[in-house]
Write a protein that binds this ligand. Structure first.
Ligand SMILES: [Zn+2]
Length: 98
């Protein structure tokens, strides 16, 4: 099974040259655009479009992380270290707004 790190490395091999040229701000704009499209697909209740937009969002998130030299797998598992980072429970016991 492929890991998050392998996916980020794949995005680097395919896009890092272009992403670096565009820079962090431009890459972040694309990520925001894809998050908006994910919201649209969600509201349209179109499963195929939804899956496609999830793929785009994680691809642009990985691109931005590559440009900023952030290891997504490392930071994600460091923060969410087998529990909720706030209450340290599984499942989360935090009293947050719905
Ligand atoms: Zn919690």
């Amino acid at each position: 099974m492929a890991s998050l790190r392998e996916f980020q490395n794949l995005m680097a091999r395919i896009y890092l040259a272009k992403d670096s040229k565009r820079g962090p701000e431009g890459t972040y704009k694309w990520l925001k655009e894809e998050v908006d499209e994910l919201g649209e697909a969600m509201r349209e209740n179109d499963k195929e479009a939804l899956e496609d937009e999830f793929a785009d969002v994680i691809a642009w998130l990985a691109s931005l992380a590559n440009v900023l030299e952030v290891d997504l797998e490392n930071v994600a598992f460091k923060k969410y270290n087998n529990c909720c980072p706030k209450c340290r429970s599984i499942p989360c016991q935090c009293q947050c707004k719905p």
